[in-house]
Design a protein around this ligand. Structure first.
Ligand SMILES: [Fe+2]
Ligand SMILES: [Fe+2]
Length: 305
């Protein structure tokens, strides 16, 4: 069969400024040889090398969709009124300001503004696909185990594609809904499923049906940790940058659960609040492999101990 047809599609997502993780995926894709690559949002923020990530993707000619973190950096730079005004002076949000400045000063915001929220794929004789960072109706509505049957039912009724591919939750997933298949690509830059490797999705067409393969790629995580320091991000951006680095080390979601807990308990988003969260949840923050050992050894510095 001629390779001008789209037979193999790669969905790479949630790189979050982690250049070493992206490079490992680029190398892996040289073996996978997809016909098309879609970078499904959240290229930037959290990690410190957002503009280098965008440059790398752009140089490869890969298309991108808009993720909530990409949009957040634009909104931050424009002081968008939909963001709480308190964020701009709150030390906890300094990491967002740092990343927004890094990406904006390299001239990437106009490109981010043009990114589509969805990409539709219709190949003759094959099942239809819609790709979006969250769901097609909202970039923060990720496909995951917490998404209710009612929500999936509504999404599929509004967007009746055979295959719906999303990202955003940082946890790979496959779920059937009637004749529809719902897939989550997982995350390249900061997975939350306990496996620190860079994760992404490949779908390959066989007799018109898209067969998923969830790939996991080991990469130089020490280089990713080092970038937090070499760029000055860790020192300048404060607690939230430390928490993003801790998420990278543990391959777990920590920052959002902490924010939700703090809101419920009326606690502060600072080191005192973080220590109280760790105690309240009896968290034992250990890294899943030796590459994360350095951050565990430094727990005390970020108020984890
Ligand atoms: Fe993300
Ligand atoms: Fe996201």
């Amino acid at each position: 069969m001629a390779r001008s047809r789209l037979e193999r599609l790669a969905i790479v997502s949630d790189v979050h400024g982690n250049l070493p993780a992206l490079r490992a995926v680029v190398e892996d894709l040289e073996r996978v040889k997809p016909d098309r690559v879609i970078v499904n949002g959240d290229m930037v923020n959290r990690g410190p090398e957002g503009s280098a990530v965008l440059e790398t993707i752009d140089a490869l000619g890969w298309e991108m969709t808009l993720g909530n973190h990409d949009d957040l950096l634009r909104m931050w730079t424009e002081r968008d009124p939909s963001l709480p005004s308190s964020w701009f002076s709150d030390p906890f949000w300094r990491s967002t300001g740092w990343c927004a400045h890094e990406v904006a000063s390299a001239g990437w915001l106009p490109r981010i503004e043009t990114l589509p929220r969805t990409v539709e794929i219709r190949e003759a004789g094959a099942d239809t696909i819609i790709v979006s960072h969250g769901s097609p109706r909202h970039y923060r509505e990720g496909y995951g185990k917490h998404l209710s049957d009612e929500a999936i039912s509504e999404i599929v009724q509004m967007h009746p594609y055979d295959v719906l591919i999303g990202s955003h939750t940082h946890i790979p997933m496959q779920r059937a809904w009637g004749k529809h298949v719902v897939l989550n690509s997982g995350a390249v830059g900061s997975p939350f499923n306990g496996d620190p490797r860079a994760q992404y999705l490949v779908v390959t067409q066989k007799d018109g049906v898209w067969v998923p393969e969830f790939r996991r790629v080991a990469y130089d995580r020490e280089a990713a940790f080092e970038a937090y320091e070499a760029t000055g991000y860790l020192e300048q951006a404060g607690l939230s940058a430390w928490l993003y680095r801790l998420e990278l080390a543990t391959a777990r979601s920590l920052l959002v659960p902490y924010m939700m807990w703090a809101e419920t308990e009326g606690m502060t988003l600072d080191e005192v609040g973080w220590r109280a969260f760790v105690a309240d949840r009896s968290l034992h923050l250990t890294a899943p492999d030796e590459a994360g050992a350095s951050i565990v050894a430094r727990r005390e510095a970020i108020g984890v101990a």
